[in-house]
Design a protein around this ligand. Sequence first.
Ligand code: APR
Length: 230
Amino acid sequence: MKKIIVFSGAGISAESGLGTFRDKGGLWDQYDINEVATPEAWEKNPELVLDFYNQRREIAIKAEPNAAHKSLVDLEEHFDVHIVTQNIDDLHERAGSTQILHLHGEILKAECTVNKSEVVELSDPKMKMGDLSTGGHQLRPHVVWFGEAVPMMLEAERIVSEADIFVVVGTSLNVYPAANLLYACKKTCQKYIVDLNELSNVKYKNLKLYKGKATEQVPNLVKELIEKNE
Ligand code: APR
């Protein structure tokens, strides 16, 4: 079975009502990254950081997977599909995808501030100071902040290096090291990008652009891939 890797970003969840980061009016227009998404922010004002993720968590829980998430599940009858996502929502899981790697963490989980390998599912979606790990240390969102290592990066590169088909959906490819995955494919890998816009930072050689909304263009691409594979 051919291996398809889907590398997704905030744009795939935009039509589910979850804000992107760098579009006009996006999260980084509304919040200062340095106040809510860095280790220094956590040291300075952990309540503000917890509040930022509590708000995003509330929206993520209410959101539903859209046609783009769902059409990726259809691929699984025909291909060995791995989702490598920068998103911290669980919309790929709730759509039914079965092999998912979260590069930047998961908003429904928390991690121990001392022993980062201790990761717990959140029972209460509202995190607060005083929520402690089994070791008695404060819990923090299980999210990779700017300036932090991306623990799943090597595994993501290994998966992408085996891809026969690589599909990028809804990411501006602005954040590293995640964006390097575009260059982790083998020479023979067919590459596709689904995005509202033509990305200025991408050379579209041997890369087919499906320009438009993810809920329209991902199902189109999925249909084409399945027909070509028959
Ligand atoms: N359909 C398709 N593409 C869309 C849609 C849509 N409905 N809406 C937006 N897009 C595209 C935008 O054109 C843009 O290229 O999705 C991309 C969103 O880019 P960003 O907002 O930069 O989000 P992302 O690339 O996921 O950010 C990467 O940055 O802040 C960090 O950790 C955070 O994981 C995030 C990382």
